[in-house]
Ligand binder design. Structure first.
Ligand code: ADE
Ligand code: ZN
Length: 341
């Protein structure tokens, strides 16, 4: 492995925007179906993951979710996902998970949560990886589902640290969920929202105003509005950017034309994420490596991006300090500036 690639792979990482459901690969799903006595054709399975655009992606994502039928399957799913993250030296993950999807599919949601927590507990013991959940909402669905999601979030603290908003950004207006997100903040939960992914700057403003979003998922259209950029800078709002996701859903035409370098030049706080690695054929390690290949970022810039993820996390200050110290020690010890890049 090239020295920089190895440096990036071994670097302690935090991931702030990855969906549990978006990590369900065919390799995870096939044995689950087989264990239910439903042997599947692996080639047909690959079809599940093919899509042309953002809306095709949402459909594929829904179809994969519908194939999880038993609450206990989440122990397997979360366990496999956390092993894969631990192998990439992810030390802390804020995992998005959308319980309303499985509630609507008729699963026992409490049991689903307990299965995920079992796996997270096990992963912490075995691989020293920490996992918190952010419960995501679906913008196409009535606010009553978001109310339920808030109840689950409150019930399952401290595993759950916040709530989010995902799905079709052009679905319902953020304002419809305002009171739910305000209540979440009042109760001490943290808030994030997908915005400025397929929507423009107006959608980011709405996420800030009505969803009290502390971090924005994607936000890649922010530069279209200089007043918004000033606001994001002044309030230190982080953009959780997922470059490969944006290319695969057609939000940007290519990685070369991704606005990431310009977001950084504007001084914005940015983190790098994988979003839905099973659908976008990526991983957090690959995301960092791709940036180095595509934009020829010096190692220091990638280190700064990776450090930002710890900094922008919802960890308590003391826990953040411990992980940041570990991160800084790794960088100092490996001194990437002296490596081939
Ligand atoms: N749910 C999972 N991934 C998503 C994305 N990129 N945008 C909106 N909702 C999502
Ligand atoms: Zn997402």
């Amino acid at each position: 492995m090239r020295p920089l690639k190895e440096f990036l792979h071994e670097m302690p990482k935090a991931e702030l925007h990855v969906h549990l459901e978006g990590c369900i690969t065919a390799e995870i799903l096939l044995p689950l179906e087989a264990s239910r006595g439903e042997p599947a054709n692996p080639e047909a399975f690959q079809e599940l993951y093919r899509f042309k655009d953002f809306y095709g992606f949402l459909e594929a994502y829904g179809e994969v979710c519908r194939r999880i039928r038993r609450p206990e399957d989440f122990r397997t799913v979360a366990g496999m996902v956390l092993v894969s993250l631990a192998r990439q030296k992810v030390r802390y993950v804020e995992m998005l998970f959308t319980p309303a999807v499985f509630f609507r599919l008729g699963l026992d949601v409490d049991e689903v949560f307990h299965s995920i927590f079992d796996a997270a507990e096990q992963a912490r013991k075995s691989w020293d990886i920490r996992c918190s959940l952010i419960l995501d909402n679906v913008r196409q669905w009535k606010p009553s589902f978001a109310e339920k999601t808030l109840d689950w979030a409150l019930k399952f603290r401290p595993w759950v640290v916040g709530i989010g908003m995902g799905g079709d950004e052009n679905g319902r207006r953020a304002k419809e969920y305002e009171s739910i997100f305000r209540e979440a903040r009042a109760q001490g939960l943290r808030t994030v929202a997908h915005a400025g992914e397929i929507g423009g700057p107006r959608s980011i403003w709405d996420a800030l105003e009505y969803l009290s979003a502390e971090r924005i998922g994607h936000g890649v259209t922010a530069l279209e509005d200089p007043v918004l950029v000033k606001h994001l800078l002044r309030h230190r709002i982080t953009l959780d950017v997922s470059p490969t996701s944006n290319v695969r859903t057609g939000v940007v035409p290519s990685l070369a034309r991704h606005p990431l370098p310009r977001l950084l030049e504007a001084g914005l706080a940015v983190t790098i994420n994988s979003d839905d690695p099973a659908f976008f054929q990526t991983s957090l390690s690959e995301e960092y490596w791709n940036l180095s290949e595509q934009f020829h970022f010096p190692a220091e810039r990638i280190v700064q991006l990776a450090r930002q993820a710890f900094d922008s996390s919802f960890l308590a200050d003391e826990e953040k300090a411990v992980l940041l110290k570990e991160f800084d020690q790794y960088v100092q010890m490996k001194n990437p500036g002296s490596k081939d890049s």
